[in-house]
Design a protein around this ligand. Sequence first.
Ligand code: DGL
Length: 272
Amino acid sequence: MNGIDASASIGIFDSGVGGLTVCRKIAEALPGESLVYLGDTARVPYGSKSAATVERYARACAALLMERNVKMLVVACNTASAFALPLLQASLEIPVVGVVEPGARAACSRTRTGRVGVIGTRGTINSGSYEKIILRMCPDYRVFSMACPLFVPFAEEGWTEGAAITEVTRAYLGELLPHAIDTLVLGCTHYPLLSAVISEVAGDAVALVDSAEETARVVAATLRDRQLINPSDEAGQHAFLVSDAPECFRDAGERFFGYPLERVEWVDVRGV
Ligand code: DGL
């Protein structure tokens, strides 16, 4: 007995709607689990902020979810995982899973040539987190990284196809593709929405790694290992919390989650 209630919800947080891509994969992989998702929409974006600021925001989000007695915490934001995961893991008694390590691990097992590309926010790329983890696992691999900050607004506005996003994608990947990568990590919550255009520009020789999908596998395995699978036979409940503008979150969020967001509740995420 580990003292954690297996029938409690899994807490998931991100700076806004993006982490719903991760939440969706978790909901699909674990339909019997209840999820409470927090989007810190009052302080989005995290991707352009400093490590100290993102750490502070991540601690506040974690504290709010801990008050709801979650049994596990998923940091469904690449930037927050890059900057704050060790801190949260060290300070909380429950399992804490981020999105960077699962994505890095998947890239290592998928590449055939050992030449891996990583795209993400400025924060994630500047932190070098993906690169560090990939090189720790596979020291002779080569990692080529590129911050793609314009992808986030395109995904949020639903501009996932057409001339404008194709041109932006060509400009970003034009810097990476000459390195002959065979695997590209989508190291930001928003990028799975752009996978069609990214894949079209990158070509068939480049496999895309979706961190969201890999994270859902790690969450399921962690629950099993820690004997924390919900014992109830009923379908899990999904609650959505935001620190600002619930209506905007609902509109954009449904595209990221892929299902209707029935109830979105405003919460006061106090600083810590
Ligand atoms: N969720 C963020 C990430 O995955 C992207 C959006 C933001 O910058 O806050 O890094």
